[in-house]
Design a protein around this ligand. Structure first.
Ligand code: NAI
Ligand code: MG
Length: 509
């Protein structure tokens, strides 16, 4: 469906009203309540929040706006399920089977879930189907494999070798999960999978902008046979429902993905009962192109690194460093790619880039571009809002940027690339520039020289490094940040450390 009708300039694709399938229409017409202890309930306050189609800026549904009393009920349900219910007696193999059933159900309802996500988030339908939904299923299946492989060790004591000592790995308990809006269903699956595999129970708060697929997922969770109370979904705003989860004295751990600003608030709120915390925060990831790179790979790769999902990706390659000798060639190439991108409503045929998620994000991203212009950047292409309906912005490339500018230092979270040159061969100096950021989520190096590649991999201080590829995501690959990009690693085997406690046992026989 991509590229049926190419446009060279960014007018919005026409779409007066997206046509939705029967299942999506029926779901939208439902009352959107919280899912607590296996029951659908209104927020105790009776309040709702509006959720939008960012392609038109229109309200598509009203959703329960939960607050502290609702979080209390959800935590109580999760505690009961953790300690007393059938879940507390389920084996790893039982949990794995339920997770596989959930993945199968997501796959069976992929068309409907994709439509709902696309409508609510603004991500093109094909991308939701092929990336978000596919990876949600994959991460559930991959992580289900670990449910039967959570083991301790036998240990030879150095001071008392006659004692029998071993470790057990036990689930942490009730987990609060607070997720963002940039890949809503995928974020939910990535958070739920390790908690379920480890035998924890969950209170999950989707982002206020995009609560719909998490609520549809709750129905599938029930259908998959996951016992009531194991997964509770409490939609609501951050400062109310989110803050209540972070501060709750009976939540054992909080897992958060979102801004550094809220990450800090969560750390403060968690201090009360010293709950465990894992954080996946933002980034300002470097893409470093050496003169020997294969330009046919590097140009589209660098373009995808920043323009995918309208740049609303934590690992986005937003700082481009190119050797002076190929700078013009690379920038021209990425500009051609940028102008080719078909921007339109997420559900319009052929759309390759949708709107930003909200009016706030449009203002935020536009504000950064304006500030950059005041600071003296050159706008090579893009920079402007598209149309006056919905939250569309042009794919944008900025040059003549300097390290102290806010566009270079701060996470923009939009399709805005800041390009810089380097002109020496000193890898330490190049790496120092790339590392001149408070973040450390990802980075990529584009070269055919294995020596340069391996050396740069070690010099870049970030959690995921690509060579001739940027921001690869796989259920088996640990993901997380150095420095202010977060605490802990999700996915892969490493994620089990975030959801289990180690118990040391010593036996005097
Ligand atoms: P945010 O960090 O405010 O929101 C993320 C989640 O945290 C949402 O579920 C929200 O309801 C919740 N939240 C907000 N305030 C809270 C609080 N006081 N206590 C507990 N939970 C709270 O992100 P926002 O404002 O939507 O986006 C602002 C910027 O954050 C973006 O422009 C981007 O730079 C960054 N961001 C990074 C993401 C990532 O994947 N690392 C995802 C989303 C945003
Ligand atoms: Mg916020």
């Amino acid at each position: 469906m991509y590229g049926r009708r190419r446009r060279t300039q960014h007018e919005r694709a026409p779409c007066s009203s997206p046509s939705l399938g029967a299942a999506t229409t029926a779901f939208l017409a439902r009352q959107h309540q919280a899912f607590i202890g296996g029951q659908w309930v209104n927020a105790e306050s009776g309040q709702t929040l509006d959720t939008f189609d960012p392609g038109f800026g229109r309200v598509i549904a009203k959703v329960a706006a939960c607050d502290a009393p609702d979080v209390d009920k959800a935590v109580a349900a999760a505690r009961h399920a953790f300690e007393d219910g059938p879940w507390s007696r389920a084996s790893g193999s039982d949990r794995a089977r339920m997770m596989w059933r959930l993945a199968d159900l997501i796959e069976r309802h992929a068309a409907e879930l994709a439509e709902l996500e696309s409508l609510n988030n603004g991500k093109p339908l094909a991308a939701v189907r092929n990336i978000d939904i596919a990876l949600s299923c994959e991460v559930l299946r991959y992580t289900a494999g670990w449910a039967t492989k959570i083991t301790g060790e036998t240990i030879s004591l150095s001071t008392a070798p006659q004692m029998h000592a071993f470790t057990l790995r036990e689930p942490i308990g009730v987990i609060g999960q607070i997720i963002p809006w940039n890949s809503p269903i995928m974020m939910a699956a990535w958070k739920l999978a390790p908690a379920l595999a480890a035998g924890c129970t969950i209170v999950l708060k989707p982002a206020e902008q995009t609560p719909l697929t998490a609520l549809r997922l709750a129905q599938l969770i029930q259908e998959a046979g996951i016992p009531d109370g194991v997964v509770n979904i409490v939609p609501g705003f951050g400062p109310s429902a989110g803050a209540a989860i972070a501060a709750h004295p009976d939540v054992d751990k909080v897992a958060f993905t979102g801004s550094g600003e809220v990450g800090r608030l969560i750390i403060q709120a968690a201090a009360g009962n010293l709950k465990k915390i894992s954080l996946e925060l933002g980034g300002k990831s470097p893409v470093i192109v050496f003169p020997d790179a294969d330009m046919r790979v590097a140009v589209p790769g660098a373009a995808r690194a920043i323009f995918a999902n309208s740049g609303q990706v934590c690992a986005a390659g937003s700082r481009l460093y190119v050797h002076k000798s190929v700078f013009d060639q690379i920038i021209e190439g990425i500009a051609v790619e940028a102008k080719k991108i078909r921007v339109g409503h997420a559900l319009s045929d052929g759309t390759q880039m949708g709107p930003l998620v909200s009016k706030e994000q449009l203002e935020r991203v536009s504000g950064y571009v304006e500030q950059g212009q005041k600071d003296g950047v050159t706008v090579v292409t893009g920079g402007k809002r598209i149309g006056d309906e919905g939250y569309f912005i042009e794919p944008t490339i900025l040059t003549n940027t300097r390290p102290e500018m806010s566009v270079v230092r701060e996470e923009i979270f939009g399709p805005v690339l800041c390009a810089m040159t380097f002109d020496d061969e000193d890898l330490d100096r190049i790496a120092k520039e790339a590392n001149r950021t408070v973040y450390g989520l990802a980075g990529s190096v584009w070269t055919r020289d294995l020596g340069i590649a391996h050396k740069m991999v070690r010099k870049i201080r970030a959690g995921t490094i690509g060579v001739n590829v940027h921001g690869s995501i796989d259920p088996a690959l640990p993901f997380g940040g150095f420095k202010q990009s977060g605490w802990g690693r999700e996915k892969g085997r490493d994620v089990l450390d975030l959801y289990t406690e180690v118990k040391a046992v010593v036996m005097s026989l």
